[in-house]
Design a protein around this ligand. Structure first.
Ligand SMILES: CCCCCCCCCCCC(=O)SCCNC(=O)CCNC(=O)[C@H](O)C(C)(C)COP(=O)(O)OP(=O)(O)OC[C@H]1O[C@@H](n2cnc3c(N)ncnc32)[C@H](O)[C@@H]1OP(=O)(O)O
Length: 140
């Protein structure tokens, strides 16, 4: 199992974000605390970190349905900077579920409920053959 080393959620990745995702019905959520090591511009969370968290949330939605996917498209709107010291909540839910394509929407809000960023993703369901070809190992 390689998931322990996922950059966003893996427990064993020493450089990772170690975000823990939880299921709530067909939605998923996680909390994340922005620290100095997550910045791009001074005091502002790097957009790539924001994107990675939203991408991960979008991948956890199909995972919550026992589907292994990759992100085919990810569109992000950065609304307000996430600042060092802020804790944000990332949530995602499916908007359309087809056999091969899962459409997902995700949001990132701070503790005051201010919208920091939102995302729409197209998640492509991988067959076992595709997973093997990409070297993705999944739990039996
Ligand atoms: C324990 C917890 C751990 C948890 C660990 C969780 C880790 C999660 C990580 C976060 C998620 C990621 O970042 S994943 C990494 C970032 N993403 C990637 O690397 C993906 C790279 N791209 C690809 O591999 C490929 O482009 C695919 C698989 C997305 C599509 O390849 P393909 O060759 O088109 O696939 P194929 O099977 O032939 O096509 C399937 C169908 O989807 C359609 N299709 C393909 N792309 C798109 C698209 N953008 N929008 C709409 N439809 C599309 C095709 O036309 C086709 O339609 P039809 O002909 O069937 O009608």
């Amino acid at each position: 199992m390689g998931y322990d080393y996922c950059f966003v959620c893996g427990d064993k990745n020493p450089h990772g974000l170690k975000a823990k995702f939880n299921a709530d019905g067909d939605s998923v959520w996680a909390s994340f605390h922005c620290e100095e090591r997550h910045i791009g511009w001074p005091n502002v969370q790097h957009g790539g970190i924001t994107s990675a968290l939203l991408d991960e949330a979008c991948a956890y939605v199909p995972l919550n349905m026992d589907l292994v996917t990759v992100t085919a498209e990810l569109n992000i709107s950065f609304k307000t900077p996430v600042q060092v010291g802020e804790t944000v909540r990332i949530e995602a839910h499916p908007t359309k579920v087809n056999k091969r394509l899962i459409l997902v929407e995700a949001t990132m809000v701070n503790q005051a409920g201010e919208l920091k960023a939102s995302a729409q993703a197209k998640m492509l369901v991988l067959s076992k053959t595709q997973q093997a070809a990409m070297g993705i190992e999944t739990q039996a």
